[in-house]
Design a binder for this molecule. Structure first.
Ligand code: GRG
Length: 300
């Protein structure tokens, strides 16, 4: 029975419907900011498309924990805001210096460096506003826990720390341990926060939170391995960002250290372990299981 339910889960439909509700919420999340240039810069990057994997993970985890997806929408939006601001800052000349993102010119190419930095800052701060002031019907102690998670993931223990080690490692020979550190902080930490925050909104028990952390660690690394593979195998047109960037900036990547085939094998093994962690939740984990597969099968 469980197997029948799992195979009957229509992932394409789930993805389309969830993405549509997230796009609507993202659109509504930005008010009439002033001045106009700041509003345009914030909307330009936040509403530029993207896979919306992070908010989808958040909503799926909330539902797995027995909550209503709509209750986690402001938190899902907050997570996408943090992700988007990290992309804006990552693309700046002082960081990765890129001019293509989500299929269009990067924020600083359109609005200039100063406005891009400030649009990123405003999105980051709006993320905390989404949770603290725009999350009706959620007990304050749950929101406080979510705010704590977001603080840890955005700051030195998460994205910022990972980015600094990444920048310091450019042009150097990096071992697998350092590479893993970078990606667990730059990419894995936010994916983990997505499932943890979604589950916290629903008031999840410790057992599920622990399983979700194991799930997220595996998909986080697998996501990055696939990202590294796509950087060398896909076109800029498909990716919507500059392909071959890792080679140009002399970055250590999984394919560089392990080769393409072993990298792919490792990503698949990580996803298998991730899915294993959610086994006790049977068919109610179908969306998260399908999302884990989506991570290794994606082409952009
Ligand atoms: C958070 C305060 C704060 C600062 C940011 C710049 C920076 C510090 C960190 C860099 C983080 C970064 C850009 C990591 C890369 C993560 C990654 C693999 C992005 C691509 O994600 P996708 O493929 O993109 O999900 P879409 O466009 O589909 O959302």
């Amino acid at each position: 029975m469980a197997e029948a339910l799992r195979t009957s889960f229509d992932f394409a439909k789930y993805l389309d419907e969830t993405k549509a509700s997230i796009e609507t919420a993202l659109d509504k999340s930005l008010g009439p900011e002033e001045p106009e240039e700041l509003r345009r810069a914030m909307r330009y990057s936040l509403l530029a498309g993207g896979k919306r994997l992070r908010p989808i993970l958040c909503l799926a985890a909330c539902e797995l924990a027995g909550g209503k997806a709509e209750h986690a929408i402001p938190t899902a939006v907050a997570l996408e805001m943090i992700h988007t601001m990290s992309l804006i800052h990552d693309d700046l000349p002082a960081m990765d210096n890129d001019d293509l993102r989500r299929g269009r010119p990067t924020n600083h190419k359109v609005f200039g460096d100063a406005i891009a930095i400030l649009a990123g800052d405003a999105l980051l701060i709006r993320a905390f506003e989404m949770v603290s002031l725009r999350s009706p019907h959620i007990p304050a102690e749950r929101l406080l826990k979510v705010i704590g998670e977001l603080s840890l993931v955005a700051g030195a223990p998460g994205l910022v720390g990972g980015q600094v080690v990444d920048l310091e490692s450019e042009g150097k020979d990096v071992d697998l341990e350092t590479l893993e550190f970078i990606h667990l902080h730059k990419t894995g930490a936010l994916l983990r926060a997505c499932v943890v925050c979604g589950a916290l909104i629903a008031g999840a028990e410790e057992e599920l939170l622990t399983a979700l952390k194991t799930y997220a660690k595996g998909i986080g690394l697998a996501f990055q391995i696939i990202d590294d593979i796509l950087d060398v195998t896909a076109s800029s047109e498909t990716l919507g960002k500059t392909a071959g960037k890792d080679l140009i900036s002399d970055k250590t990547t999984y394919p560089k250290l392990l080769g393409l085939e072993e990298s792919r094998r490792r990503a698949e093994a990580l996803v298998k372990d991730s899915k294993e962690a959610l086994k006790p939740w049977k068919e109610s984990s179908a969306p998260l299981l399908a999302l884990a597969d989506f991570i290794t099968k994606r082409d952009r």
